[in-house]
Design a protein. Structure first.
Ligand SMILES: Cc1cc2nc3c(=O)[nH]c(=O)nc-3n(C[C@H](O)[C@H](O)[C@H](O)COP(=O)(O)OP(=O)(O)OC[C@H]3O[C@@H](n4cnc5c(N)ncnc54)[C@H](O)[C@@H]3O)c2cc1C
Ligand SMILES: Cc1cc2nc3c(=O)[nH]c(=O)nc-3n(C[C@H](O)[C@H](O)[C@H](O)COP(=O)(O)O)c2cc1C
Ligand code: SF4
Lengths: 450, 432
């Protein structure tokens, strides 16, 4: 067969059955015996390093002890009272650089207690079974607007409800969950868990949700400040950074986050268009996720290309390994220079080798190479799309293009708090967004009660 | 290789491991398999008068578990053999014929009437059995009928029944003691007074395992009702060891040969029994949980241990630890130990800190110069060993003796002179 000149992008590379296997649960639920044996490995450390490493500060030895004695409700409560998305975090947290990294078992045997999977076990029955463990606080008479529907917003809303405030969630997307619903890799959160978790959170009562309602289009920040006692902003980051090359708009050059969103929402994944040769530009979680998912959709050759080295990569070593064992190649020290085309179609990228100077600056190394591609995914970080948010940027103090907040997640305005990906200084993880929402809610409560 | 061959009351066996009288020795089929596997002897499941007893037709056994479902304790409401006497005797005879080098002991439980012993003792001896073991321990069912523990809890009955057996027996008589007494010495003395050649201990401990969390009845039950059972397995070993040591170190009982039973699961448990005074050991629960094959670990483990200790026979080990057992009042109160944490092996879990802080003497740091670090504060440490007990890393925390200088806790100089409670100033009854 001769090479066609057309870019090879098509759907149906794999059968539905193959896709189902490929997108099965990445870390299946522990069986009871597994959970009990694993729980037995916990030493119940004093001032536990794992708890200190958890952005939401879950009392990990505490929940494991409760799990050990099969006090599942108590165990789930210990988790969810610090992190209402403990179920999602159990699935998506890079535990290898969080709690599990600091497990003292690592010094003994290179195998930490598998905290994430225990956390999932402990929360599964409660969240999946809608066993409500929380109660709305006594009505404070205050009304708070929460902008966004992702981890930051939902965590804030839930904590506000427990504290007795009425909450209205204003969310641009059709569904709640933010990136839990539209962004996280499909194999990390199967069976529509993001929606089940959102339902669980709303189950407390006192939270009114308006989806498909966007700040900047349907209302402004100024409106909210007029109509509510306090405002929380958790609108995440709407856009992906551009590669900054000519012909960026060429067919076949795709925003990775958009593509994942359509993948997550697809009724039938085998109908998605998939390139034969796929290049992913970037070095974070998004890059890894789009690469692995492309491979699992049937792409023949998938390569992540990162402009720095393995150590500098945002994705942890474990994630890189996961990509590699999933059949994804990773190339380091290559920066894209030019998008190549033939007959008006994307055909590849010319890369420039890079190197680090002693002062830490990344500079061209002189040589270059070409990698072929039918599809190129942009995954080089996200940004807030301020243009779509009306005058928000004018009235809020920003820092590095994101909202500036103090340690209580309060913005420069006395009645506005913010958290999650849209604020500067965070870790851009689900768990840190949850923590931001929680901290903001606690500070809002403090201020509203003064 | 150390020689494991054993002689108990002149009865030879290739190793000191016998199966205790229980389900593993219930019939020829099992005992054959046990001897094939390498067990040194078997005490046959307790024989009784015909008609045989009956067992419940529901659960007889229950276990307590560790989290990975290792059995750590075991309980039963089984009675003595439920097969006719002649069937058992016939099988015992075959076994002894086929396995002349193994010990075969007949466990028996007969009423406290002379006719019974006059009738049955010769019948049992006719099988070729090497000894009798008198079951004065069964704590459930049989005791309600005036036998088993009902005898074992009354020293006069022990003596009388032992005398009856001895009167008719030509082979040695071992008296199996019940632990369901507050002091093991009176029963041991009674056995000796009745002419027993040896004692074996323990039989099982009165127990109820737990409740059923659904029904809130005790567990297990037979048709909704339960009765207490006998507890055994790993959980009972420390209780047994104390009882063995008491008999072995008390002047008027020290000369009674002991067969140690209770909680033996691996060779180290056997070392405990032997060093504290047992001349051989018997095993039940571990076999009920893991099968006969554990004999391989028991024999090779013990043999390797003896080699490491430069001992050539089990006999050299027997009773070795007995002289180290004494009364609290004779412990040297001038002797001082302090905990020491080896920072190289410490994994910084901090469990030593939290227990010393919450329970003991606030003698372990959690931070040093702002860093997470666990160090013993000698000024506070009383040497209680709690931190050593809870540390998950064996050998990380050790107790080290203070041999000179001043004890930083009390400010008193360390002395090599011994002084115990009997002469201590705070003791109102001290000998002056
Ligand atoms: C592809 C990908 C994979 C990831 N994988 C992981 C992972 O495995 N583990 C992990 O910990 N983190 C992961 N992350 C990061 C994590 O998803 C985010 O850090 C987290 O979702 C941030 O939460 P958030 O609530 O701030 O924002 P988002 O989850 O982005 O939610 C923003 C919400 O705001 C709403 N919104 C946006 N604009 C408006 C507006 N104008 N008006 C009203 N509502 C608006 C959106 O509809 C959305 O509901 C991943 C991110 C991406 C992009
Ligand atoms: C199910 C079961 C039945 C038992 N039956 C008898 C018996 O018939 N006669 C007897 O002397 N001891 C009997 N015992 C007690 C054992 O012989 C032994 O003394 C006790 O279990 C302690 O040893 P271990 O910890 O190794 O099990 C029985 C024990 C169990 C578990
Ligand atoms: S020996 Fe006891 S008092 Fe001393 S440090 Fe350890 S726990 Fe504390």
């Amino acid at each position: 067969m001769t090479e066609t000149m057309q870019a090879d992008i098509r759907s149906g590379r794999l059968s539905e059955a193959e896709i189902e296997v490929n997108f099965g649960d990445m870390h299946p639920l522990f069986r009871r015996a597994e959970a009990l044996v694993e729980a037995d490995r916990c030493f119940f450390c004093y001032d536990a390093p794992c708890t200190n490493a958890c952005p939401t500060g879950i009392d990990i030895p505490g929940f494991i002890q409760q799990l050990r004695s099969q006090n599942i409700k108590g165990s789930a409560h210990t988790i969810l009272s610090e992190n209402i998305m403990g179920g999602m975090c159990a699935r998506v947290c890079p535990t290898e650089v969080l709690c599990e990294q600091d497990c003292v078992r690592n010094t003994l045997e290179d195998q930490p207690v598998r905290i994430g999977r225990l956390q999932r076990y402990a929360t599964e029955a409660v969240v999946e079974g809608s066993l409500q463990l929380f109660q709305r606080g006594e009505d404070s008479g205050k009304h708070v607007a929460v902008v966004g529907g992702g981890p930051a917003a939902l965590s804030c809303a839930h904590r506000l409800a427990t504290l007795g405030h009425r909450v209205r969630v204003l969310n641009a997307a059709e569904k709640l969950g933010g990136l839990n619903e539209y962004g996280i890799a499909a194999y990390k959160t199967v069976n529509d868990f993001a929606q089940k978790e959102a339902d669980y959170i709303l189950g407390i009562g006192g939270i009114e949700v308006r989806n498909s309602t966007a700040m900047g289009t349907d209302f402004s920040l100024a409106d909210l400040r007029n109509d509510y006692d306090a405002v929380f902003l958790g609108f995440g980051m709407g856009g992906v950074n551009e590669l900054g090359l000519d012909n960026d708009q060429l067919d076949g050059v795709v925003d990775a986050v958009d593509y994942i969103a359509s993948l997550r929402q697809a009724e039938n994944k085998s109908e998605l268009p998939v390139g034969r040769k796929v290049l992913v530009i970037g070095g974070g979680m998004t890059a890894i996720d789009i690469a692995v998912q492309s491979k699992r959709l049937g792409a023949e050759e998938v390569t992540v290309v990162y402009r720095r080295g393995q150590q500098q990569m945002g994705a942890s070593n474990l994630e890189q390994e996961y990509a590699q064992t999933s059949g994804v190649g990773i190339r380091y020290w290559l920066a894209p220079r030019e998008l190549l085309q033939s007959d008006g179609c994307l055909s590849g990228i010319e890369f420039e080798y890079t190197q680090l100077e002693d002062n830490g600056k990344l500079v061209p190394g002189g040589k270059s190479c070409v990698l072929e591609a039918d599809v190129v995914f942009k995954a080089i970080g996200q940004k807030v799309l301020w243009d779509s948010l009306g005058d928000t940027a004018e009235i809020l103090e920003l820092d590095h293009g994101r909202v500036s907040v103090n340690e209580c997640r309060k913005t420069s305005l006395p009645d506005v708090w913010a958290g999650g990906d849209c604020v500067y200084g965070g870790e851009d993880l689900t768990v840190s967004a949850v923590q931001d929402g929680k901290l903001a809610a606690m500070d809002i409560d403090r201020c509203l009660r003064q | 290789m150390a020689n494991l061959s054993s002689e108990f009351l002149g009865i030879k066996s290739p190793n000191p491991f016998w199966l205790a009288s229980a389900p593993p020795t219930d019939k020829a089929y099992n005992v054959n398999r046990a001897f094939e596997a390498g067990w040194g002897g078997a005490v046959w499941k307790t024989l009784g008068e015909d008609p045989p007893i009956v067992n419940v037709n529901g659960p007889r056994y229950a276990a307590s578990y560790s989290n990975d479902r290792r059995v750590i304790g075991f309980n039963n409401i089984e009675l003595i053999t439920d097969r006719p006497l002649d069937v058992n005797l016939k099988e015992m005879r075959f076994i002894k014929r086929d396995w002349p080098d193994r010990a075969l002991v007949a466990s028996v439980m007969f009423p406290m009437q002379e006719e019974a012993w006059a009738k049955y003792v010769p019948m049992v001896e006719d099988t070729g059995a090497d000894a009798f073991e008198l079951n004065f321990g069964c704590p459930h069912g049989m005791s309600e009928r005036g036998m088993g523990a009902a005898v074992g809890q009354v020293p006069e009955y022990i003596q009388a029944t032992t005398e009856l057996c001895k009167k008719y027996a030509r082979i040695p008589v071992i008296v199996k003691l019940t632990p369901n007494v507050t002091n093991i010495l009176p029963p041991a003395r009674a056995a000796k007074a009745g002419g027993a050649d040896a004692v074996s201990l323990i039989n099982t401990v009165n127990s109820i395992m737990r409740v059923d969390y659904e029904t809130l009845s005790m567990y297990p039950t037979t048709d909704g009702m339960g009765s207490h059972g006998g507890y055994c397995g790993q959980g009972v070993k420390p209780i047994v060891l104390h009882m063995i040591a008491e008999i072995a170190r008390t002047q008027d009982t020290a000369d009674i040969p002991i067969s140690g039973i209770g909680g033996i699961t691996d060779w180290r448990d056997a070392v405990d029994h032997l060093a504290l005074g047992a001349q051989n050991v018997q095993v039940c629960t571990a076999v009920m949980v893991y099968g006969f094959k554990i004999i391989d670990d028991l024999t090779t483990g013990l043999s390797n241990f003896l080699d490491e200790k430069a001992m050539t026979s089990v006999r050299e080990l027997v009773g070795r630890a007995v002289p180290s057992v004494t009364d609290w009042q004779y412990l040297n109160l001038n002797y001082i130990e302090k905990a020491h944490i080896d920072q190289d092996t410490c994994i910084s879990c901090g469990r030593c800190h939290i227990v010393c802080e919450d329970v003991s003497h606030q003698a372990i740091t959690s931070t040093v110069d702002g860093e997470r670090r666990f160090e013993v504060i000698e000024e506070e440490c009383v040497g209680c060993n709690l931190c050593v007990s809870v540390c998950p890393i064996e050998g990380c925390i050790s107790m080290q003796q203070l041999t000179s200088g001043v004890d930083p806790r009390t400010g008193r100089p360390v002395t090599s002179e011994k002084a115990d409670w009997t002469t201590h100033a705070n003791n109102p009854m001290r000998s002056k």
